[in-house]
Design a protein around this ligand. Structure first.
Ligand code: NDP
Ligand code: 2IT
Length: 461
């Protein structure tokens, strides 16, 4: 019997689909209740079906069942004493997910919602994101359910010192290199670096990234994630003859990623009309005043509602999801996971959104992504669009190793180059594997292949 090429292909696709389904079902049963982790795995495995069909050797070697299992998951107690003298106990986490292409690398998140499933979703995504940057960094993530809001500087210092007293046993410039994420910025990194140095001795600058410039930080790391997201979206826009110039932009959040996405979008000629925090959002039809925003959030650590006290023509609305009802050309979700659900995605599409760039990690639900892709919206998935932060972290590690620092312009030029390479590689992988224009599939595949090849080369470890 002659088997046609098409029938052959569909048989291979069938085998790949059933392999992926089996691994996904085992992830659900082995990690009960970790819904965000399940969601992150689902997005990846669905994208990888054509890869396993084309390269069955990855299936035979069990790459997928290996990659969904962290190499190591560390959980620890973080006791500290608050300003009233009361003992508080938080939980600390570090997931060392995959070291096939380099030392574990990924941020630390301090937020009351942090649990093992959240850290695993973030660490899992980080494997593919870090691979996409083209740099030698593996995937890791960590954090704590500590809530920095409303805490004094002294309390934050005592907590971070206690956190690092335990974490320092597991990290190092060639082993695992943490950085910031939600609730962890320059202040927290500074205290953690000080404690690490005190315990371990020596000045191992490359153990953390996002450090202050005066003690080994990289210029442009603060700006990198937000700028990188805008550079990535600009690449998507250019492919359709569009640009930021004159466009209306909505950016959720008002933290590190949001502030610098807003700054770069404004510099590219956009009109950024809204931003938010976890209490509500501000709509300023004249354009968000960046100087006010930076002062309120970076210096005074105040709520976004205070913006309207200084700009009374602007509107403040309680609640987060309302921000997506504001008509815009470009939406940049830069706050947190699952902030755009199916209903919000539909409203954005009805209002004519042309591009969505994910500055946050997994800000769109799987259903929301389907809405954007079906409507032909240019969609920049998180792993690709927000990879600029970790990419510049890797440049910070490189500078620390060289005991040398590049200028802001040099780092920014490297960042732009990395973002356009990620864009091109994602476009190419999407085309090669039968999903032209789908950057979710393209980024997942391009990120996966490098890690899978490294795992194949290194044997069953
Ligand atoms: P920040 O802590 O600086 O800012 C977070 C912002 O998001 C704040 O405005 C915060 O509001 C808001 N936010 C946080 N949690 C929620 C929530 N549950 N609901 C609504 N709003 C919320 O963090 P970053 O800017 O660093 O991080 C933002 C996102 O970007 C995260 O998804 C992070 O994982 C991702 N990311 C960060 C990178 C980095 O380099 N920092 C790199 C790549 C991705 P509030 O102050 O009220 O809590
Ligand atoms: O999600 C991320 O990529 C980050 N929080 C940045 C990680 C890093 O190591 O710079």
């Amino acid at each position: 019997m002659i088997i046609t090429e098409q029938a052959m292909e569909s048989q291979e696709m069938k085998a790949a689909r059933s392999y992926v389904k089996e691994v996904y079902e085992s992830v659900i049963s082995r990690n009960p209740g970790e819904t965000e982790f399940h969601q992150a795995v689902k997005e990846i495995v669905d994208s990888l079906v054509p890869v396993f069909a084309k390269h069955p050797q990855y299936m035979h070697r069990g790459i997928l069942e290996s990659i969904v299992e962290p190499e190591r998951m560390i959980t620890f107690r973080v006791p500290w004493v608050d300003d009233e003298g009361k003992v508080r106990v938080n939980r600390g986490f570090r997931v060392q997910f995959n070291s096939a292409i380099g030392p574990y690398k990924g941020g630390l998140r301090f937020h009351p919602s942090v649990n093992g499933g959240i850290i695993k979703f973030l660490g899992f995504e980080q494997i593919f994101k870090n691979s996409l940057t083209g740099q030698p960094i593996g995937g890791g993530k960590g954090g704590s359910d500590f809530d920095p809001k409303g805490k004094s500087d002294a309390e934050v210092m005592r907590f971070t010192q206690s956190f690092m007293t335990e974490l320092c046993k597991y990290i190092g410039p060639d082993e695992d290199v943490p950085a910031g994420d939600i609730g962890v910025g320059a202040r927290e990194i500074g205290y953690m670096f000080g404690q690490y140095k005190r315990i371990r001795g020596g000045h191992e600058a490359g153990v953390l990234t996002g450090k202050g410039i005066v003690y080994g930080g990289s210029l442009a790391r603060t700006e990198a994630t937000g700028y990188g997201t805008v550079y990535f979206v600009d690449e998507m826009l250019k492919s359709k003859g569009l640009s930021f110039e004159g466009s209306t932009v909505v950016v959720s959040g008002s933290g590190n990623v949001s502030i610098y996405a807003i700054e770069k979008a404004i510099r590219m000629g956009a009109h950024v009309v809204a931003c938010s925090d976890s209490n509500g959002y501000v709509y300023d039809k004249n354009g968000i005043n960046l100087a006010t925003l930076k002062r309120l959030k970076e210096i005074e650590r105040k709520r976004i509602s205070e913006y309207v006290l200084e700009h009374p023509h602007a509107e403040y609305h309680e609640g987060c999801s309302g921000i997506w009802t504001i008509p815009c050309d470009i939406a940049l979700p830069c706050a947190t996971q699952n902030e755009i659900d199916e209903a919000s995605a539909k409203i954005l599409v009805e209002n004519g959104v042309k591009a969505v760039g994910e500055g946050a990690n997994m800000p769109s639900t799987l259903e929301a992504i389907d809405v954007f892709l079906a409507a032909g919206v240019l969609f920049g998935p998180a792993k690709a669009a927000n990879a600029g932060g970790v990419a510049v972290s890797a440049l910070e590690m490189a500078q620390n190793s060289m005991r040398y620092s590049w200028t802001f312009e040099e780092v920014d030029a490297k960042l732009q180059n990395i973002m356009s390479t990620i864009y091109r590689n994602s476009v190419k992988a999407a085309e090669e594997y039968g999903h032209p224009g789908n950057l979710v599939v393209g980024a997942n595949i391009a990120g996966f292949l490098r890690v899978a090849d490294a795992m194949m080369a290194q044997g069953i470890v």
